[in-house]
Ligand binder design. Sequence first.
Ligand code: PHE
Length: 371
Amino acid sequence: MAYTVPQLTDYSPAALEKAADESIAACQTESANVRSDADLKSFRDRWMARKNGILTQINDLWLKGAPKDAKREAGMRVNQLKARITELVESAHIAGGVDLLASERVDISLPGIRRPIGAEHPIIKTMHEIVGVFQRLGYSVAEGPVVETDYYNFEALNFPPNHPARDTQDTLFIAGQQSKPARERLLLRTHTSPVQIRTMEKMRPPIRIVIPGTVHRNDPPDASHSPMFHQIEGLAVDTNITFGDLKGTLDHAMKALFGSSVKTHFRPSFFPFTEPSAELYVTCFICGGSGKRDGNAPCRPCKQTGWIEVLGCGMVDPNVFEFVKDNGYDPKKVSGFAFGMGVDRLALLKYGVDDLQYFFQGDVRFLQQFG
Ligand code: PHE
């Protein structure tokens, strides 16, 4: 028979003691019968639950029901009993104590967890390769913020306010900037060129730097476009830097990147911050410049022209130097060249990937191939 709390009629010390002993004995017996976690829980609840647990019942029946002159004695006894039972319940454990310990035991014979080692993302890998080529030429690496002001992204690069050349950049602007002066308004940089100005503000000439980073343009994603992509900018400023230096440097870099047999070719172009400006083409490293694949099939990456456009470049426009003149960049004394290339497209061609979006979807099955 399970223990139930008796109603007391006799409140003499002897009767109280007997009742208390009975309840302690019942608690001990039940405690010895705990066999599982579930048993342990119901045992604890049965004795300790605030609402209608045995201790609560004892309190209600024995204490509140005691006649006035026995209240003191009953109070003392009940408190002692509560302490003892609490002790019993708290020290209760699953019989034999084996189950609890077994679940805590560490099996040192189990093999460890093998964590796969990550690898560089193909775009980052391509970036490191390109940066490495210029580092070996003595260039250092600079970086700048992705959220940029109109001043650095446009104005100081000789894009006057409202100039149509700004429209070619499909700029993503940060909202709620209308109350600021135009040049302080924030946007996502559309190219890495603002870091040219930021670096020239900090470092006096001569400088040779490359600037890797992410840029954003309002282009819907498709097989060859992404609103976020990567560029590497280059800038060299010194006395007597000529277009010949630009050609020699970039020709060397393209051979280091795509193999010594590639040829380079410059076509006139326009950028507000370089004058003259050019686009650099290399012979297609897929078809070797013939425009044809095996079996006379048309070469797609170069659109059968045999040439692939890799970057924009030019001689730093004197108007750009005017913005950093006070830091040693007097356009009458120094000259320089700059270039900027899109890394994603190069990685795409290099690895023969046919959709740019694969690079940004984070699918391990795709990325694993480059590990
Ligand atoms: N910033 C230009 C672009 O994103 C590229 C460029 C860089 C051109 C440096 C000339 C000099 O299109």
